[in-house]
Design a protein. Structure first.
Length: 141
């Protein structure tokens, strides 16, 4: 069954058209393969719905689910998942938030001050996952 239909904002349409989620995934994939990192990369829209998922050769099966969870969390909260990882240490109740994966490696994609989606990466150390996600966003220009 298809997901709910929603009207996309001008910023979302512009970002999607200008950069495209597949191009972003390819840029991140280049970063991961350059360092021989076996990762999964997920790109979601602003509501956390999966647009693209790439599991590089050698990446474990669980990495695909974790990457999608990190991306979803970053998109719906409009914050990097590192923020939530740190916040949980102060207030463990944040673990109870629905559909929340507070592990570093998810980063929102901001365009003209609006969150248009997010990228999540999983497969190496969490700080390296975030490094790959940020490289993908940085390559967008």
């Amino acid at each position: 069954m298809p997901g709910p239909t929603k009207r996309r904002s001008h910023a979302q349409q512009t970002c999607s058209h200008r950069f495209g989620y597949r191009e972003d995934g390819r840029r991140q994939q280049g970063r991961g393969t350059k360092n021989k990192w076996n990762v999964s990369i997920a790109v979601v829209d602003d509501a956390g719905y999966l647009l693209h998922l790439e599991r590089l050769d050698g990446a474990g099966p669980m990495t695909a689910e974790v990457a999608a969870g990190k991306a979803r969390t970053a998109a719906v909260t409009r914050r990097p998942t590192k923020f939530w990882e740190d916040r949980v240490k102060e207030r463990p109740v944040f673990l109870k938030f629905p559909d929340n994966l507070p592990i570093q490696g998810g980063v929102p994609i901001m365009y003209q001050g609006e969150c248009v989606g997010a990228i999540g990466v999983s497969g190496v150390q969490s700080h390296e996952d975030e490094q790959i996600a940020n490289a993908g966003i940085g390559a967008l220009g």
